[in-house]
Design a protein. Structure first.
Length: 87
């Protein structure tokens, strides 16, 4: 599952039993394509620490962090982004 709002990937989830099959990469690439098609020049997202290596492989870099709120209060979220090439 993947969800996009503006230039932000708001959710990306792959069932753990399907991990390693390239589904996450396909979902991320589809999200990036949607974001680029919308005229945005960057991709942004918040990532749990366990997902940072995946997003780095997708070309994103950490640009900051924030503490989650609500049920996840106390969890640190990495703020990540990637510049998109403009034609």
């Amino acid at each position: 599952m993947v969800s996009v709002s503006g230039d932000t990937v708001t959710k990306l989830y792959v069932r753990p039993s399907l991990s390693g099959l390239g589904i996450g990469r396909e979902l991320y690439e589809a999200a990036e394509s949607l974001i680029a098609a919308g005229g945005h020049t960057r991709v942004a997202l918040g990532a749990f620490s366990s997902a940072i290596p995946f997003y780095e492989r997708m070309g994103l870099r950490a640009v900051g962090q924030k503490e989650a709120a609500g049920a996840l209060a106390g969890v640190v979220i990495a703020l990540m982004e990637k510049s998109l090439a403009t034609a």
